[in-house]
Design a protein around this ligand. Sequence first.
Ligand code: PA5
Length: 471
Amino acid sequence: MTETITLDYANCLSERVGDHGIERDALHHAAAQMSQLTASLNETRGTGWERWRDLPFDPMRREHVDPILKLTEELLPRTENLIVLGIGGSALGNIALQSALNPATYNLMPRDQRNGPRVFVLDNVDPNVIAQTIDEVKRVDPKLERTVVNVISKSGETAETAAQFMVLRSLLHQTIGESYGRHIVAITDPEKGTMRSICDREGYVTLPVPDGVGGRFSVLSPVGLFSAALCGIDIERLLDGARAMDDRCSQPDLKRNPAAVLAWLLIEFTRRGKSNHVLMPYANSLYLLADWFRQLWAESLGKRFNRAGEEVFAGATPIKALGTTDQHSQVQLYREGPNDKVIGLMEVARFEREVQVPGDLDVEPLRYLHGRSIAELLNAEKSATAYALMESQRPNFTIHWPAINAYHVGEFLQFWMITTAYAGLLLGIDAYDQPAVETGKVATFGLMGRPGYEEWREKVRRSLEGSEDRV
Ligand code: PA5
């Protein structure tokens, strides 16, 4: 039987955490409601903004994977540096895949030990990072002959990605000359938008951000798959895992559907005042999956209005933490501070590498560590934290990973996206829009002098200037 990720939610129940937990009966009573929501999601899947559900399935899967594999085969022999440009949903998935599935030291490894080029994801407009990255890329490849820029923007109008792209495009053009376009792979809307028209005009190779797939639900589309495939990640296994998880999360029976269980628990906890949701993997390589989760949960659920137009101020605050590191930083707060959190732990059964503590430092207080594996210590600390949280009546759950590989990462991604879809339905909000992000975008256009946005420039200046409240 294929191993799968599993969700252990026992420590969310009142049997374990008293009044701060959920009564088993309440969960049983939710079964009928959740099975209705499952039917509703099964009906809307693949339509509107839920086209992401079909990414792991044919024909969508083959439509994307085949061109990606062909392109990576062509690029691999001539690529030593891959620079990915994007932000938000156009970057977090890529970063998470690289850090989960490639070694922490990937960029430092010699070429013959890596499965692809070095990869640099620029997901901010920090001038230091952009300049330092360019320096490092040019140190290894001064003529940029072995460098590929992968720009990802559905709209092409996001100021951060547009500015990064203009910097990198110009650098490639000046260094390489007229054939510079061979060094650009753009991932954008297949039909419309500013990036689309640039690509059409300049003839870049493009891959689609499929219609009906929003940024934070796009990791299993070319947005996440292209850079992953070029850097040696097995994208077929990734999609196999997502597909298998999708099957589990299409089950009407609540007991067999992990996304339905987790969504119901987390939204019920939110209603009961526990609206801070921590995800704390006990594995460094899974930490940036928690970062990806943070955007998904925050942007999808944080909404002022419900679908009926009533003001609800819905949502929960996602928090990322790392075990064991944050046991020495956050757990004091989680156990003794306000009881307003649900803490999700992640545990890995088998690590790829084995490290053992040697027995040659023989001092009595440390002798218990002799011959023990580092993974055993890590997982003992995870169990100890789950126990300590439970003991102070702090609800927590554990996502068990048999191992860290592409299949289980695929399962994890689809699991959380479906959990988010359920959560959106439970809250009665639209999980697929982000109206509040707009104000910041247009205010930036105004401040940067984009024609048509002059009134924003004035509005922002007037509101912020002249403050004397500064020390
Ligand atoms: O999740 C989202 O929709 C956002 O985070 C977008 O991905 C982000 O704003 C980038 O947008 P674009 O791809 O249009 O540049």
